[in-house]
Write a protein that binds this ligand. Structure first.
Ligand SMILES: NC(=O)c1ccc[n+]([C@@H]2O[C@H](COP(=O)([O-])OP(=O)(O)OC[C@H]3O[C@@H](n4cnc5c(N)ncnc54)[C@H](OP(=O)(O)O)[C@@H]3O)[C@@H](O)[C@H]2O)c1
Length: 280
């Protein structure tokens, strides 16, 4: 299948290229391909003639989105709308990658696929609006929500923790942000299985189980052999951030499980990454 990937240089884009090797992939990213430039999007689709599009491109800097919500809207919402319109014209189904931050995180029980969107920061709002655009414009789409993505080469929480631990010898991490750490390679593998089903709909693909950022950091330190580093539990209110993440935002994968697609536990997936080697 001819699959066009947006955001191909990002964490998930790279993992998809390593995983979907039996397909003809068309990787795209900045600076050559900007999803905001509608005419270029249409021109590329005309030339590439994709049979499926996996839309990973996004402005993922959550604090940056709070600083510049207009930019977040332009890239995450209008950029996604451009991709959905191009898919409509090309009659190609679309996989839109979304986030747990489309939910408010006020419910300690976590979130299932059908629940009403309730974003409370500019990143979450721009991604929720993107979901609406996809659902409004297309009949054949998958919305895949994920959370706390990491990969060996990406900019992510693991690298931030290891760097801080090495540089400061002690870290302070919040206990009141709960989510599902997710290995980008596992997500790519689940997406590979999903596209073979043509079972369109909304999915929550995250490694199973949830934890706080503090517990996630403890596991990272343990796997890195840095248990001696003191990890002090704190509350989000003890420091200032431009954008508040949703506090209890675990996702439950019910729709994927119903068609046989589940992801292993977050601890196993994280241990696998460390086995392959992680650099701070
Ligand atoms: N990372 C997470 O924890 C997380 C959690 C939940 C959901 N998600 C979603 O999962 C998807 C993939 O995330 P990721 O971690 O792979 O993100 P990532 O590593 O930040 O990659 C995103 C890619 O999109 C590119 N991009 C940004 N603006 C663009 C534009 N206007 N046109 C074309 N490309 C553009 C980025 O380029 P530059 O680097 O040059 O800006 C980057 O290569 C995103 O939709 C994200 O919202 C991520």
């Amino acid at each position: 299948m001819r699959i066009l990937i947006t955001g191909a240089k990002g964490q998930l884009g790279m993992a998809l290229q390593s995983t979907l090797t039996e397909h003809h992939l068309i990787p795209t990213d900045l600076p050559e391909f900007d999803i905001v430039e509608r005419r270029n999007v249409f021109a590329l689709f005309e030339e590439a003639r994709p049979e499926l599009v996996i839309h990973c491109a996004a402005y993922t800097n959550v604090d940056g989105c709070a600083r510049d919500p207009e930019l977040a809207h332009r890239v995450n919402t209008l950029g996604t709308q451009n991709i959905a319109l191009a898919c409509q014209k090309a009659d190609a189904p679309m996989i839109h990658i979304s986030t747990n931050e489309v939910f408010s995180g006020d419910d300690p029980a976590g979130y299932e696929e059908w629940m009403t969107l309730s974003p409370h920061n500019p990143y979450g709002r721009s991604k929720a609006a993107a979901e609406v655009a996809v659902q409004t414009l297309l009949n054949r789409y998958y919305i895949v929500r994920t959370a706390w993505l990491y990969s060996a080469g990406g900019r992510n929480f693991i690298h931030a923790i290891l760097r801080a631990a090495r540089e400061k010898g002690a870290i302070r991490v919040v206990t009141d942000e709960v989510g599902n750490p997710t290995n980008a390679a596992d997500l790519a593998e689940a997406i590979g299985r999903l596209i073979a089903t043509e079972h369109y709909g909304i999915y929550h693909f995250v490694n199973s189980g949830a934890c706080s950022r503090w517990a996630f950091a403890n596991e990272i330190l343990r796997l890195a052999g840095m248990e001696h580093v003191i990890n002090t539990p704190i509350l989000g209110s003890e420091f200032t951030r431009l954008s508040w993440p949703p506090p209890f935002c675990a996702l439950h994968n019910r729709n994927g499980a119903a068609i046989g697609i589940t992801l292993r536990s977050w601890q196993e997936a994280l241990a696998d990454l460390f086995q392959d080697g992680v650099e701070a």
